[in-house]
Design a protein around this ligand. Sequence first.
Ligand SMILES: [Zn+2]
Length: 317
Amino acid sequence: MNAAKAFFPLAASLLLSALLVGTTATAADAPKVVVSIKPVHSLVAAVMQGVGTPDLIVDGAASPHTYALKPSNARSLQQAQVVFWVGPGMEAFLQKPLASLGSNATVVELDQAPGITKLKFREGGAFEPHDDGDEPVAGEDHAHDHEEFDTHLWLDPHNAKAMVAEITTSLVAANPANALIYEANQKALNDKLDALDTEIASTLAPVKNKPFIVFHDAYQYFEHRYGVRVSGSITVSPETIPGAQRVSEIHSKVADLGATCVFAEPQFEPKLVNVVLEGTSAKSGVLDPEAATLPQGPDLYFTLMRGIANSLKACLS
Ligand SMILES: [Zn+2]
């Protein structure tokens, strides 16, 4: 066993994992982990494979932009040893509940993970301006002390790897008994993320630089990584339905730019996309950046990223 471990560390840790799974000790040893949204939950679930399954807060077709915490989520947070979230710019609804958690829970804000690339929100032109109350108001207890960056960080596999490193470090610290399993899972996951990155780059190579319109400005990281070109968004804050003037501006933009495609998202008003398309030659497609239509689990991240790449390719080709 020692020799095997020395020569085949991955095989040995998988064996260890298999041995642990076979005992009743594992379930008791698994830390109680809670994750905010599906794409991040998928990465945490992959690192925890063979140890346990993390709880998910924003489940089903719900959107993190409009979510309200349920009593069952609050109970789950109360019992959590480790909580993973992106940060206040993405899951605003979690800010207060997390602040009131006891000190026995480790809260990991993944937008602070070392090695994460952050991009500023776009404003002006075809991107709806941001107005989330950042004007300082005298006497107001202002939560917006963070830099205004796009928080859809997971849509770049390089950022996913930085998150996975932070997730692994946090799980090892909270539950050192399973460190070997977490680390072996991290290594396997990094290899899969590298392969996914190469695959998506080749899927999208033929449709680089063809302009298209998206529902909300969620795709910068994807664009940045793969050289595809979003030329505008219908709304930047999915919490607010864009007004008639905004929709008519985007409509003219689609015509002016010769945008090939306008993409809806499963959670939001398809009617708006039809209005934007009217009288233009653009096609419509659907993108699902927050995985509203996908079942939770370790494979979700890969299905999500491939789904975006395949929808773009199908509509833009
Ligand atoms: Zn979003």
